[in-house]
Each structure stands twice: as C-alpha cells, then as structure tokens.
Design a protein around this ligand. Structure first.
Ligand code: RNT
Ligand code: ZN
Length: 422
C-alpha cells in the first residue's frame, strides 16, 4: 500500500517537475552516483581504539553529551555503521581516523601506525562501502598538548608528527589501491595558540617546511588524493591558528593539493558557498566538511537548513559534482548516535537532491535578461514543488525506509542493541 502511494506520488511529482523543465529521473541518477563520505567518529564521540584509551584532550575537538550506547570497540562501531548505512539511501564511503585502527590490545603510537592496522577495515569496506577515506589524528595525544604538532618549534615533536603523516599517506594509498577507489586523505592539525603570538611567520614557515617534507614522495592519484583543512580558530587556539585559510589556500595552489573547507571553520558571518567557485577555478578538486556550526565550530548534526541548500546549490551550479568530495563532520554525544548519522547524512543527501531539481538554466536566463523577478520567483516556486515525493521514491527504490518510518527503526535498534552496552 505504502509502495503504491509512494509510486503514484512520484509519478505526479515527476510530471510537475517535467512541466517546469526538470528531469527528476536524471536528478535521481546523479544523486545515486554521488557517494558521501560518512565519518566514523560520530559513532563513539571521536574516541578511537587506541590502548590505553586516549582521553579526548586538546585540539579543540569538543564532544558533549553522554547518551548511552556508544560503540566501545571496532565490532560495535561496524555494527552501528552498517545499521546507519541500512537507513541511508545509496552506497557511501566511510571516513576513518588513524586512531580507529585495530591495534589488538597493543600500544601502537601514532608514529607507528601502518596499513596492517587497517586491513580489517579494508576487508570490511570491500563488502559494505563505496570506498574508504582517511585522516591523520593529530590531537588527543600528549605530544599535541602544547597545541602544536607539525608546526611546533620543538624538533622532536615535529618529527614525531611528520612520521605520523607519512604513515597515514601509506595507509591511505593502500586503502585506495585495495578498494580500487582513491582514498581522500585529509590533513587537519590543531596547531595554534590561545593568545596572540609574536611569531606568526615562524610558525607558518615551520608548517610549510613540514608539509613539504610530508608530501615529498609522490603517490599514484588513482589511489590517494590529499587535502589540507583550513581553520580560523578553535578552543585553545582563539588567537592564532597556523593553518589558516590563506595559508592552506596558497599552499594548495602551489603544491596541487586539495583544499578542505569545513563549514564551521570560518567567521560565522562568512558564506562558505561563496568560496566554492573561487576555489574550483584554481583547483581541480575540493573537499567539503559538512557540519552545522552553532555560534562557533560546534559540529552540530546536519539538518536541511538554508546553509545546506545554499551549499549544494552552489556545488551544482558550478558544475562541481565529481570534483567536490563531500565529507560529513559532526559529532554529538547527547543522543542516539546512529540516529545522528542517519539524520545528518540524509539531510545532506536531501540538500543535494533539492539542488539537482533546481531550474538553474531558466534562472540564469532570467538573470542574463536582467529579469530578476523571474530568478526570484523560480526560487520560491521550488519551495512548493513536491520535493518530498521525489525523495520518498528515491528511498523506496534504494530499499530504505522513508522519513516517517525512521524513528521506529532507530528506537528498535536502540532497544535491541545500544541499550545492552554498559
Ligand atoms: C577539526 C576539524 C577536523 C575534525 C575531524 C575529527 O576542527 O574539523 O576535520 O573535526 O578530523
Ligand atoms: Zn572538519
């Protein structure tokens, strides 16, 4: 019965969109072939599996909340990710952090992580994901306590973290090689300080040197693509962040590395969508960290709000699909974490679908004719189009429940699985 109504509603919606010059089937094809990269770290509040447990400290990564049911080991995390994937339409990538290796009870420091610690994940991904992405973990570690890693003035600290970065490149390349899909390896370091430094130039010079060392060896782009993530400020690095937007933008241009822009890493009044065209004109590719900053880089769960609409509209309008990698980066420990993944990832997909259903050509034509009311009204028209019917149909064709059935699934998984974890 539900299937039938979903199908009928879609057919009516398809006609309405077709009348407005939009091909919904084509939009769904594109949506279906655009994987998002779901971050493993929403599953356990950025904890990871190091022994002894690395207490989350430093680096300005703040997870609040203590909702029961957090994944405590790799098996539980995989189980939760599989559950989340089963509620998200399409096949997606998984984004791992170096602290999520399988260290089998051994203490493996960051400068000793190796592909073997991720072979379990690679095997898992062969079955469950469209690919793996990866991140060095430059925080939650005593050697990051000073606030500086690869731009530290202490040579020993710098070398330690450079070694970590080198090993992460090796791991990422191995993931890409074995999975036949390039691994996007993102580098984010927390480096910065609380109060104003008088030595900005020196820190940034060190960062530049360290990056040059890290990227010296070339990897096959078919296996490894690398990005560097910019940031304006963090908790504990309010006054100065070595890897600022300008720093990485210039570094990316000079080195050919990809830029990663996180929606929470700018002044709250800045427009992230506005940056995309400027970046795509000078860079082959771009990595987005999709998140919902609230007053600051709070990493709230993504919902379908104006920033998400605008973000994906901009990607689509720029013809950026295929060049823009979409990674999710939020973490909330105050509620069902599997639900957080599902709600956030589905919201991002809905944002993309909404953008794919935009009559951009017609809007552009009105703009070129200086018929601005046309551009404005078409934007308003989209808001009353039967978008939900297209989304429901997409979920159905992917064998995934619709919005109104999600909560039941979340609650029953919580009841059956999450509540049993003490
Ligand atoms: C931190 C960066 C970074 C992290 C993850 C866990 O401000 O956004 O991407 O959130 O690596
Ligand atoms: Zn990020």
């Amino acid at each position: 019965m539900k299937q039938e109504t979903t199908q009928k509603a879609y057919e009516l919606a398809r006609q309405r969109y077709a009348d407005a010059g939009i091909d919904t089937d084509r939009a769904l094809e594109i949506l279906s072939s655009t994987p998002l990269s779901m971050h493993c770290w929403q599953g356990d509040d950025v904890g990871g599996f190091e022994t002894p447990d690395a207490a989350l400290s430093g680096g300005g990564i703040q997870v609040t909340g203590n909702y029961p049911g957090k994944a405590r080991n790799v098996e539980e995390l995989r189980q939760d990710i599989e559950q989340a994937f089963s509620l998200i339409p399409g096949t997606h990538r998984l984004n791992l952090h170096a602290s999520y290796g399988e260290f089998k009870g051994k203490r493996v420091d960051r400068d000793a992580v190796a592909p073997e610690h991720f072979s379990g994940w690679i095997d898992w991904a062969k079955e469950h994901a469209a690919g793996l992405d990866f991140n060095g973990t430059f925080f939650s570690h005593p050697k990051a306590d000073s606030g500086f890693t690869i731009s530290s003035k202490d040579e020993a600290i710098r070398s330690f973290w450079i070694e970590h970065a080198l090993r992460c490149r090796e791991i990422g390349a191995e993931m890409g090689r074995q999975l036949g899909s390039p691994c996007v390896l993102n580098l984010w370091v927390p480096d910065g300080c609380k109060d104003y430094t008088v030595d900005r130039y020196a820190y940034r010079k060190l960062l530049k040197q360290s990056l040059d060392t890290i990227f010296e060896k070339d990897y096959d782009q078919r296996y490894l693509k690398e990005s560097i993530e910019t940031k304006l400020f963090g908790i504990g690095s309010e006054a100065f962040v070595t890897g600022s937007h300008e720093f990485y933008m210039n570094y990316a241009c000079a080195s050919g590395k990809m830029l990663c822009i996180d929606m929470g890493h700018f002044h709250p009044a800045e427009s992230i969508p506005d940056k995309i065209s400027s970046i795509l004109l000078f860079h082959e590719e771009l990595l987005l960290h999709v998140s919902r900053p609230m007053r600051w880089d709070s990493d709230h769960i993504v919902v379908l709000n104006d920033s998400i609409y605008e973000l994906f509209q901009e990607v689509v309008r720029c013809g950026g699909l295929g060049r823009v990698h979409v990674g999710l980066d939020f973490f909330d420990g105050s509620l069902n974490r599997v639900g957080a993944w599902v709600v956030g990832t589905r919201a991002a997909l809905k944002g993309l679908l909404f953008a794919l259903l935009e009559p951009t050509g017609q809007m552009r034509a009105f703009e070129d004719q200086q018929q601005f009311i046309g551009r404005l009204q078409l934007q308003e028209l989209q808001k009353s189009m039967p978008f939900g019917a297209v989304w429901d149909y997409y979920c159905m064709t992917k064998g995934v429940v619709q919005e109104d059935e999600l909560l039941d699934r979340m609650f029953s998984y919580e009841e059956k699985v999450l509540r049993g974890r003490r």
